[in-house]
Design a protein around this ligand. Structure first.
Ligand code: LLP
Length: 429
């Protein structure tokens, strides 16, 4: 085993340890994600600490990064799990997360998924968050079949638009036309359904207005709306918690630090106090803000390509594609690309369009200022969230590798699978 990984040359990847050495140590190949578990734990502890002596309120959104090493590392710092599928639920349980620390959202939960949520542990999970009025009798039926009482939260759509939130339309969820949640105007119908359900008990109200927002105000507005609804509900139904979701943005530019997640938590706690709802627990469901900045996607430069007639047309062809990191193709997201390895500090840079091997024009990570040579690996920064979890095997590509670093050492890794594996599998279909 090699010694602790050395600090990087500061210019190349300021917050990063020696990712190439980690890759080599792990034998993971490229493209691979490399994650800093310690940094993730530090950020998780800060959010948990914002609750002071109100423990057990941070439910990590597993969809951001479902690697067991990460789920376990965050659980060790007091995070539960917010899951959106039966598979994510099983994963959280396998990682040792207590059912009492799991909430489950999702617009179309299948019966077998509801059964897993209701049936685990002594009393099922902390809350199945119902996203429609029609889901309530379905949960009731599954709970009755299991001989249990299912604890249910109503996911309310607070009606906050993405313009108000200042986020991308694809990741805004709390506006009126979104498929998510129960319209606040439908509340009394949802409560009637809860009353009719004999194997369901209402325990909370949840919301999630969207992802990658930076401003505290629209979040506070949604929290205030939720508090207003809670007052109405509590006139007839006891509640235990309010869940204001996740969505706390991260800075992908490296230029303007984002509002730390604990500030959102404190703002929500303040609103609850002002609205007289602070006897309820507050749940939050952060995903991206705990993991995005602490993961990079490392790729090898396959080749450079330059037009002879128009030398300003330059492409850096790397072995990571949109199948490994789809955010640029899907949301026009820009992840910074930095050279790794032998580049000399102070080398002059030119604009290079960084693209992958997938046969789609969208397989394009954008234009980046890079030296003309002197390196054969790059890191795509801030790729710890919605990277691996959204990866696919399109074009016969293998899933990327994963390397987990803690205390300056590789503590777990998963190598990229060999090329022939996909061919062998698909040949059987
Ligand atoms: N809770 C619920 C109910 C959610 O739907 C989400 C994310 C979260 C929590 C966590 O949000 P976060 O704190 O990570 O922003 N693939 C997109 C993001 C989709 C987010 C979907 N829901 C991206 O790469 O930007």
């Amino acid at each position: 085993m090699a010694g602790p990984l050395a600090s990087p040359a500061p210019r190349l990847a300021p917050r990063w340890f020696d990712v190439l050495r980690a890759l080599e140590e792990a034998g993971a190949g490229t493209p691979s994600y490399v994650y800093d578990l310690d940094a993730m734990q530090r950020d998780a502890s800060a959010v948990v600490a914002a609750f002071g002596d109100r423990p057990g309120n941070v439910f990590y959104a597993v969809k951001a990064n479902s690697a067991g090493s990460i789920v376990r590392a965050l659980a060790a710092r007091g995070c539960g799990a917010d899951v959106v599928s039966g598979a994510e639920l099983l994963l959280a349980l396998r990682c040792g997360v207590d059912p009492e620390s799991i909430v489950y959202s999702g617009v179309a939960k299948a019966d077998e998924e509801l059964d897993a949520a209701i049936g685990c542990g002594d009393r099922g999970i902390r809350a199945v968050q119902a996203e429609s009025i029609e889901e309530i009798p379905r949960i009731d039926a599954r709970a009755r079949a299991a001989g249990r009482i299912a604890r249910v939260a109503l996911r309310i759509n607070p009606g906050v638009s993405f313009e108000e939130l200042g986020t991308h339309a694809h990741v805004a969820t709390g506006h009126d036309e979104a498929k998510f949640g129960i319209a606040k105007e439908d509340l009394r119908f949802a409560l009637a359904e809860v009353d009719a359900a004999k194997s369901v008990t209402l325990c909370g109200l949840s919301s999630h207005v969207g992802s990658q927002f930076f401003r505290v105000d629209p979040y506070v507005t949604a929290a205030r709306i939720l508090c207003g609804i809670a007052k109405e509900v509590r006139a007839s139904h006891p509640l235990e918690f309010l869940d204001t979701g996740g969505g706390f943005g991260v800075d992908y530019t490296g230029e303007s630090p984002a509002t730390p997640a604990d500030e959102f938590v404190r703002a929500a706690l303040d609103v609850m106090k002002r609205e007289g709802q602070d006897d309820l627990a507050l749940h939050v469901e952060p995903g991206r803000c705990l993991v995005a900045a602490h993961g990079v996607l490392v790729a090898r430069v396959i080749q450079r390509k330059q037009s002879r007639a128009r030398p300003e047309d330059r492409w850096l062809l790397i072995d990571a594609g949109m199948n490994d990191l789809i955010r640029p193709a899907l949301y026009q997201a820009k992840h910074r690309v930095v050279p790794l390895g032998t580049t000399q500090a102070g080398a002059s840079t030119e604009a290079w369009r960084v693209v992958g091997p997938v046969c789609e024009s969208a397989d394009d990570f954008g234009e980046h200022a890079l030296p003309g040579g002197g390196f054969d690996h790059v890191a795509l920064l801030d790729a710890g969230a919605y990277g691996y979890t959204m990866a696919s095997r399109y074009n016969g590509r293998a899933m990327p590798g994963e390397v987990f670093v803690s205390g300056g050492r590789v503590v777990a890794s998963l190598a990229r699978r060999p090329m022939a594996e996909w061919a062998n599998e698909r040949a059987l279909s």
